[in-house]
Design a protein around this ligand. Structure first.
Ligand code: ASP
Length: 424
């Protein structure tokens, strides 16, 4: 028995029957979309698959309808049709992961080429070139990883890529997206994409996210963006600006949200239609520029009630060059912190104040504590997310050793991180 994309099948595993349509699947797995809208993935050697309705063209198969079912179903583009050239750079994360049955843990095992092979629809959208940058979970990334990644993106654009997709772990995707937003001025779309659930798991979001990312990579939106599920259903993905996005849920497929901004737009999964909601930089509007400098010795300090201000001494005495404070409300710390903040300023370490509220804008002119913070030299981060403020600080201090110049740059909007008007 042979199965291919679009076939209706029933799958029996351990006495339970699952029904649905065959989706693009990794080798050794069969993924179906169930009537509930959820995807379910199965290891093909552990299930019995029965064909219910034949809907597409035959591709591969094996055994007695149980063992090897591959769902390639690749529709190759018409000969002679010129598709845009897109580079796909893999870094690891869940989108490149499957369960390692030896350990039971999810590990990054797929390369960019494996992802391309597993999602045949991609080949209808663009002419892809795969490149492996790393195979790590994104919690293992650091500023060196961002620089290597940015360098590879620049190389691909210089070599003629009309768009770049970066497959990335979701945990720290917003840091990497922010880092590239400051490091690179891009004439083409640079799209981060990941998945919350690995390819062999029920309801994996990898194929839909990758297909939507490819649509954005060939679009007019020439910015560093994050493309991920917009809702828990398989209806559309959202396109988030790299400096305004945050992972807001541990496991939901629609975990990524734009904060203090609307998303740039949405991509419809079935039609590929892109709708935009805010202004964005268009393809070719900017020329490629690359400023990779990064200062790793920067940190975020979260103020909590009663927290000992002496914690700031650690950073002063250990060679740190700048701090982001995650203050309360409009951007506050307790009065006891003010002398230490002055000490940080005397050490010529810029301090950006952001808010634990995440939503809204910093204003340190309302209460005494805020005014004292400003007098001590703190910089209001406006409506910048704390993580983005940290990456901005690292980038700015990687560009200049001049304290006054750095403070001037930190007050500016450098990559869309400060919006003029915060959403109510
Ligand atoms: N821990 C993983 C990572 O960030 C999670 C994911 O990719 O969704 O690499």
């Amino acid at each position: 028995m042979e199965f291919k994309q679009g076939d209706r099948v029933s799958i029996e595993r351990n006495g339970t029957v699952y029904e649905g349509k065959v989706m693009p699947s990794m080798e050794g797995y069969i993924t179906i979309k169930m009537n509930s809208g959820y995807n379910a993935g199965f290891s093909t050697d552990k299930v019995r698959v029965t064909l219910q309705e034949n809907n597409g063209e035959t591709v591969n198969g094996g055994g007695n309808g149980v063992k090897e079912c591959k769902t390639r179903g690749e529709k190759l583009p018409e000969p002679g049709k010129k598709l845009p050239k897109i580079a796909i750079l893999s870094t690891g994360g869940t989108i490149a992961s499957k369960i390692d049955y030896r350990t039971g843990a999810v590990t990054s095992q797929f390369t960019a080429d494996d992802i391309l092979a597993a999602i045949p629809e991609l080949k209808e959208i663009a002419d892809f070139k795969g490149r492996v940058i790393s195979s790590i979970l994104s919690e293992n990334m650091d500023s060196d990883s961002w620089q290597n990644l940015a360098k590879a993106v620049v190389e691909e654009i210089e070599a003629g890529a009309e768009g770049v997709i970066i497959t990335h772990g979701t945990d720290t995707m917003m840091y990497s997206a922010a880092a590239l937003s400051f490091m690179i001025e891009t004439p083409v779309p640079v799209v981060f994409v990941g998945s919350q659930r690995s390819a062999d798991r029920p309801s994996s979001d990898n194929a839909m996210n990758a297909i939507c990312a490819a649509r954005v990579a060939i679009s007019e939106i020439a910015e560093i963006v994050v493309v991920m599920h917009g809702t828990t259903s398989d209806d559309f993905c959202e396109i988030h600006r790299g400096t305004k996005v945050r992972k807001m849920h541990t496991s939901r497929r629609d975990a990524f949200k734009s904060v203090n901004s609307l998303p740039i737009g949405t991509v419809d999964y079935s039609t590929g239609e892109i709708k935009t909601f805010i202004d964005y930089t268009r393809r070719g509007e900017k020329t490629l520029k690359f400023k990779p400098g990064m200062e790793p010795k920067c940190a975020i300090v979260k103020f909590t009630p009663g927290a000992d201000p002496a914690v700031l001494d650690y950073y002063i005495n250990n060679g740190y060059r700048g701090l982001v404070i995650e203050g309360t409300g409009l951007g506050h710390v307790s009065t006891k912190w003010i002398p230490l903040l002055r000490k940080v300023g005397d050490a010529k370490m810029p301090v950006i104040v952001t808010s634990q509220c995440l939503n809204g804008r910093i204003c340190d002119r309302v209460y005494d504590t805020g005014r004292d913070m400003l007098k001590a030299g703190a910089i209001e981060g406006e409506d910048t997310l704390p993580e983005t403020a940290l990456v901005k600080l690292m980038w700015v201090l990687g560009q200049t050793d001049d304290f006054e110049k750095a403070v001037g740059m930190l007050r500016e909007d450098l990559g869309g991180e400060i919006t003029e008007c915060t959403l109510k």
